[in-house]
Design a protein around this ligand. Structure first.
Ligand code: SAM
Length: 403
């Protein structure tokens, strides 16, 4: 009875305090007049319409409708958790680990010449594919991928959703839901036993988590200039990684400006991931919140290629000679992808750093069951959204430091 009275008293207090809150500070939907005249999502779509129509040509209408439709996720399996039952359950639901279902070595580039693309259209002639390709008709070397990363996806055309992940007995979540194409940069980074790795722009931490799954890293440095986003990343790590690992000296989490990294820690890491801030195309056409196309962020948006180049150059400097650096964005934009990679390679060369571009064409062959890749890129590879495989966009370009 006493408890009930207490609850009633509290309720009354809450009601009274609500009445005391001045009207203007109460949460309510915005008045029509205060809504932005030009919603950022509309501005983003207009911008993409103008630029991607030219860049992607006949591919754009399909990419456009996919960007505006519900995206697809993958479930990155947490190797630190007790996940046997979860994996069995995912398999029973028809999901497959896309990483272990690669088509490596099944079909050479020459065979693709007479083959068919995954959507059933005839494959392009080798000469056509390579018209603009810096690697020419050369057969690419097989790609080595980071091991132990497992990610389950529903088959092409299946738009079923995953249930939220549940904790195991040690309270570790069993899988992390993310765009499955975001895993490709981590796979391509080819993390090997004993490597030192820098994740330069790491928050909120999906790719960091994927890198940790390899359980091969000797020292992992995780950085993001945003303090609030770094806190979010730490929370993610706490939900997925054992305490011993988080307090271990082999993991360092920092909040520095990544553009300065190469000045502080030069020629150091075996592998560097530079997953830069970009126009986040999918987010920009769907969400008003934190949209880079809002009028107030125009200068920031226009400065993106400059910032991206500085971050990539910094990542190149932080890589040891012989080491490798992976540049990635979640944008389709050529100025943010190819041009940034080219410019950073050029600026590095002026400093005496020689780089080799790694041929990523095998990715297309290995993962075409799961993803749609953009054809004819001059530099790097890009997953483009498609209604039957609505992942991406994800662009990636890999460089090896020769000196
Ligand atoms: N790799 C992350 C993941 O997989 O979850 C996503 C990274 S997000 C695309 C880009 C990040 O870059 C943002 O979290 C942003 O805070 C960070 N960033 C922006 N400017 C930066 C800078 N100068 N140095 C380091 N990080 C920066």
């Amino acid at each position: 009875m006493a408890a009930l009275t207490g609850t009633r008293f509290l309720l009354r207090k809450v009601k009274a305090s609500r009445c005391l809150t001045p009207k203007r500070t109460r949460m309510k939907a915005k008045w029509a007049t205060t809504l932005p005249k030009y919603p950022a999502t509309n501005l983003a779509l207009q911008h993409f319409e103008a630029t991607y129509n030219i860049q992607l040509g006949p591919l754009w209408p399909s990419v456009r409708v996919s960007l505006l439709s519900e995206r697809k996720y993958g479930a990155l399996i947490n190797n630190f958790s007790d996940n046997d039952a979860v994996v069995r359950d995912l398999q029973d639901k028809g999901c497959q680990d896309f990483v272990s279902c690669t088509e490596q070595g099944v079909q050479s580039l020459a065979e693709q010449e007479v083959g068919r693309d995954s959507d059933g259209t005839p494959g392009k002639k080798l000469g056509e594919i390579n018209n603009n390709n810096p690697f020419g008709d050369q057969e690419p070397a097989p790609l080595r991928l980071s091991s132990n990363i497992k990610c389950f996806v529903f088959p092409r055309g299946d738009i079923a959703r995953f249930k939220p992940s549940r904790p195991d007995e040690q309270r570790l979540l069993t899988y992390y839901l993310m765009d499955a194409a975001s895993l490709l940069p981590c796979l391509v980074l080819d993390v090997q036993e004993g490597h030192t790795v820098l994740d330069l722009c790491a928050a909120p931490g999906g790719k960091t988590l994927a890198l940790l799954q390899t359980q091969a890293i000797r020292f992992l440095c995780v950085n993001d200039s945003s303090v609030s986003r770094t806190s979010r990343l730490k929370k993610v790590l706490h939900s997925y990684a054992p305490k011993e690992l988080l307090t271990d000296k082999r993991l360092r989490v920092t909040s520095f400006d990544g553009t300065k990294w190469g000045e502080i820690e030069r020629d150091t890491f075996d592998r560097v991931l530079v997953d830069v801030p970009c126009t986040t195309d999918r987010h920009s056409v769907l969400e008003e919140d934190n949209n880079i196309f809002s009028k107030s962020r125009t200068t920031e948006r226009r400065r993106l290629p400059q910032l991206q180049t500085e971050l990539l150059l910094s990542g190149i400097r932080a890589t040891r000679p012989g080491g490798e650096v992976l540049y990635s964005t979640c944008s389709l934009s050529q100025p943010q992808n190819q041009y940034v990679a080219e410019q950073a390679v050029h600026l590095a060369r002026e400093e005496g750093i020689q780089l080799q571009v790694i041929d990523l064409r095998p990715l297309n062959r290995m993962f075409r069951k799961t993803f749609n890749f953009a054809p004819d890129l001059l530099l790097g590879e890009m997953v483009v959204p498609h209604l039957t495989a609505n992942f991406g966009p994800i662009y990636m370009c890999k460089l090896r430091r020769l000196s």
